[in-house]
Write a protein that binds this ligand. Structure first.
Ligand code: FDP
Length: 354
């Protein structure tokens, strides 16, 4: 059978009756995918290409910028600026939005991205990725430059989302709202080939991904939920669990799509609004992929994709993966909320353990 390339896959999607992939969106996704090849090439040079290490600057979130963060950011900006598919872009690495300059034609989409997710892993040769989300520019911005408010749309309005993962294999995982598909980069030919999909998250995996060093930030309900899993066969779950943490959300999410399990980066329950992951270009695209693969994604309570963003770099707690696990944590949190005394007891016990 002939291999299915990304272009062929998208063209066939475009031809479907009532297609969710018009030509403009297809061309945009192809441009992003092509840029991910260039990012992959830069990453793979490592020390030989002088791409490792930090730049000595900080992004708007106060995080040290790696050389590759900015290389990937500039590659994505340059490749997507002139094609006529976009009205504007936003990135983890830029304080404000990037409207398409007036010298280029403007399109109807907005592109948001985290150019290098998990960038602390770049220098130690572990998997990193690029995450992207595509929104439709609001009709109101026709005839004017886009503004930040145009990007503040809930995740359920995304028309496409995906990530590239630069690991032992280079993969592109994509949804245009009709399931999740994986493409592997054939490095000899330079072409993305369909290798999996529609992907479904396997059930009953009993594996969780969480940074245990952040335990003091967890709510009593989250701490108890993890504790029950650590107790394994001797606790209320009655099964042993495994733990995995790569410090690259792309790698953790990819493992969940392929093998199952759950990923948590809860918000800091001691400080309202304090969280690690960014809503618009990390949590939303990953949540769309996970839901499209039969899983669930919440901020611990509510569905991520229903959160109404209030700022470009807004952060959010995130729990995603197998539906049963995500709902069980949600139920545990709700149960504790309705029993404040029980919550206080657990908080006290956790405190005395520290
Ligand atoms: P990074 O900042 O290195 O890009 O995007 C946030 C993120 O990585 C996730 O990819 C990853 O899951 C998390 O941060 C790692 O956080 P810890 O440093 O707490 O492990």
């Amino acid at each position: 059978m002939q291999p299915v390339t990304l272009s062929r896959f998208l063209i066939e999607q475009q031809r479907l009756p009532g297609s969710s992939c018009p030509a403009e969106l297809r061309l945009l996704i192809e441009t992003v995918a092509r840029t991910c090849k260039a990012i992959n090439h830069a990453i793979s040079k490592g020390a030989l290409g002088d791409v490792l290490g930090s730049l000595g600057t900080e992004n708007v979130q106060g995080e040290v910028q790696k050389k590759l963060d900015m290389i990937a950011n500039d590659l994505l900006l340059d490749a997507n600026e002139w094609g006529g598919h976009l009205a504007g872009m936003a990135s983890e690495e830029m304080e404000t939005i990037h409207p398409i300059p007036n010298r280029y034609p403007k399109g109807e989409y907005l592109l948001l991205f985290d150019p290098i997710d998990g960038s602390s892993n770049v220098d130690v040769d572990l998997s990193v990725g690029t995450i992207f989300s595509v929104l439709r520019a609001p009709e109101a911005c026709a005839g004017r430059d886009v503004i930040e408010a145009d990007f503040l749309q809930p995740g359920r309005d995304q028309v496409a989302a995906g990530y590239a993962i630069y690991g032992p294999q280079t993969l592109l995982v994509l949804t245009i709202g009709t399931g999740v598909y994986e493409f592997t980069l054939d490095r000899e030919i330079g072409s993305w080939r369909l290798t999996d999909g529609p992907m479904r998250i396997p059930a009953g995996t009993r594996e969780f991904a969480v940074n245990m060093a952040r335990r003091r930030q967890w709510s009593p309900a989250t701490a108890q939920w993890i504790e029950e899993r650590l107790q394994g066969t001797e606790g209320p779950c009655g099964h042993d669990y495994n733990m995995r943490w790569t410090a690259s959300m792309v790698a953790d999410v990819h493992r969940i799509l392929k093998r199952g399990g759950v990923f948590l980066y809860p918000s800091d329950h001691r400080t309202p609004g304090k969280a690690r992951l960014r809503l618009l270009y990390e949590a939303n695209p990953m949540s769309l992929l996970i839901e499209q693969a039969g899983g669930a994604a919440t901020d611990g309570h509510d569905r991520i994709m229903d959160v109404l963003p209030s700022s470009l770099h807004q952060r959010v707690g995130l729990v995603l993966g197998e539906k049963e696990e995500v709902w069980s944590l949600r139920q545990a949190s709700q149960a504790l909320q309705s029993e404040p005394q029980q919550g206080a007891k657990i908080a006290q016990a956790a405190e005395s353990e520290r």
